[in-house]
Design a protein around this ligand. Structure first.
Ligand SMILES: NC(=O)c1ccc[n+]([C@@H]2O[C@H](COP(=O)([O-])OP(=O)(O)OC[C@H]3O[C@@H](n4cnc5c(N)ncnc54)[C@H](OP(=O)(O)O)[C@@H]3O)[C@@H](O)[C@H]2O)c1
Length: 404
């Protein structure tokens, strides 16, 4: 059991686009004295609290570059939620402070090279100090990570064997991007362009699995093609680059419970026949074009200036309410037994749904710490929360996990 701290949760980055949604969510979910918001600008924080009906909630003024303020913040919380990103630019101080002070931590990073750096620097300290550093607790990568976990639990019960391959297919999705997400993606492309080591890291599906990771060749959907698994055309899925790394990380962290030869890939279903094929090629070319433009400095500047959302901007409340996703996991055991799981979420994936997932991870982590059941170290969602996260998300965050 961890000693009781002043707050169960501190939300660092309450003024971010996603942080504002989380503020409204936590105001409905927790008593005001049990949580607080933090950020670098007091006036902006006050505005967010009053706009989100959370004026009774405490606020702390903390800059991500001020290590002593970060330390003081973390000592007061059982769990810190951080949405201050791009994490590769602003995130390290919070991880360090949580690892030093034995605090729980959840984030929304989708930057695998940064997670790897944090593992190398803070994994041991987090473990020694009874801290829990849990990455990727939003749309990347909870539906993928927990969808695979859920299907493997089912396969184990039904077939007494896990699936040796799982293909994840995004069947339907509706949502938009925020300035913070775009900034993180552009920064990742920029870092990879400048540093060959980072480029190499990003290409490694086992990046987060440690030195002794298994090295089975992993399939990757790189362009439009017909997919016998879903019986439709598919295109590359932009989040696969982080989700697949997180799923393999969970497997290695859970003593290879999915098997040492486990294969996993992700793609977007675009439809059947000619229309599906055309959509798949349009998406492949669009994604390829975006990546090329993002890697050329002057084109990147133009994209940022005229086309992409700016920090603090994102989908409207109506778009968040109307958003949703429907993702399928097609699994097959070594003996050819098959099962399909479906994960659905209400609200748009990146913000409405992500805000609820991240908040519920923090609430669950705080209760695990209080009960003395939280492991210590650095984790993917599945390897930290395991079975407990599925009912938490199903009851509170609008997600459904089912076998179809
Ligand atoms: N995994 C997922 O599914 C998912 C989904 C959505 C977002 N994300 C990630 O979540 C992060 C937030 O996205 P967003 O669009 O909400 O971001 P955003 O609106 O651009 O907000 C950035 C936040 O960082 C704060 N910040 C910047 N520098 C700071 C500093 N030195 N000290 C303290 N605070 C500082 C900003 O504070 P001010 O308001 O004071 O400027 C603001 O609160 C991004 O990294 C994004 O990639 C991930």
């Amino acid at each position: 059991m961890t000693e009781k701290r002043k707050y169960d949760i501190i939300l660092f980055g309450a003024t971010s686009f996603v942080g504002q949604i989380i503020t409204g969510y936590l105001a409905e979910r927790l008593p005001p004295e049990r949580w607080a918001v933090a950020g670098r600008n007091e006036e902006k924080l006050r505005t967010v609290l009053s706009q989100r009906d959370a004026s009774d909630t405490d606020l702390l003024v903390v800059d991500a570059n001020d290590n002593s303020a970060l330390h003081t913040m973390c000592e007061q919380a059982s769990v810190v939620i951080t949405t201050v990103g791009p994490y590769a630019l602003y995130g390290e101080g919070v991880v360090a402070a949580c690892a030093e002070t034995g605090t729980g931590y959840v984030d929304l990073t989708g930057e695998p090279q940064w997670i790897k750096k944090m593992q190398d620097k803070y994994q041991k300290m987090a473990h020694q100090n009874n801290a829990q550093i849990v990455h990727c607790c939003g749309f990347d990568s909870i539906p993928s990570d927990m969808g695979v976990y859920f299907l493997q639990q089912h396969a184990q019960q039904e077939f007494q064997s896990v699936c040796s391959t799982i293909a994840m297919r995004v069947h339907r999705i509706k949502g938009g991007a925020s300035g913070g997400t775009v900034a993180s993606m552009l920064n990742l492309v920029k870092e990879a362009g400048k540093d060959k080591q980072i480029k190499k890291q990003l290409a490694n599906p086992y990046l987060l699995c440690g030195e002794n990771a298994n090295k089975v060749r992993q399939p990757t959907v790189k362009k439009a093609c017909y997919d016998p698994v879903s019986g439709a055309w598919i295109a590359p899925f932009i989040m696969a680059a982080i989700n697949t790394r997180v799923v393999h990380w969970s497997n290695s962290a859970m003593a290879y419970s999915y098997g040492e030869d486990f294969r996993y890939e992700e793609a977007m279903v675009t439809g059947k026949k000619r229309k599906g094929a055309m959509r798949a090629w349009t998406m492949t070319l669009g994604l390829g074009g975006f990546m090329v433009a993002a890697s050329v400095s002057w084109l990147r500047t133009l994209l940022e200036k005229y086309w992409l959302p700016k920090p603090g901007e994102g989908p409207s409340e109506k778009a968040q309410r109307q958003g949703f996703y429907d993702i399928r996991f097609y699994g097959e055991t070594r003996n050819g037994q098959r099962a399909v799981a479906r994960v659905t979420g209400d609200r748009d994936p990146g913000y409405g749904s992500t805000a609820k997932m991240l908040s519920e991870c923090a609430i669950l982590l705080a209760s695990m710490r209080e009960a003395g059941t939280a492991p210590s170290g650095q984790f993917s969602p599945a390897s930290c929360f395991g079975d407990a996260l599925i009912p938490q998300l199903s009851q509170h965050a609008g997600l459904r996990f089912e076998i179809v």
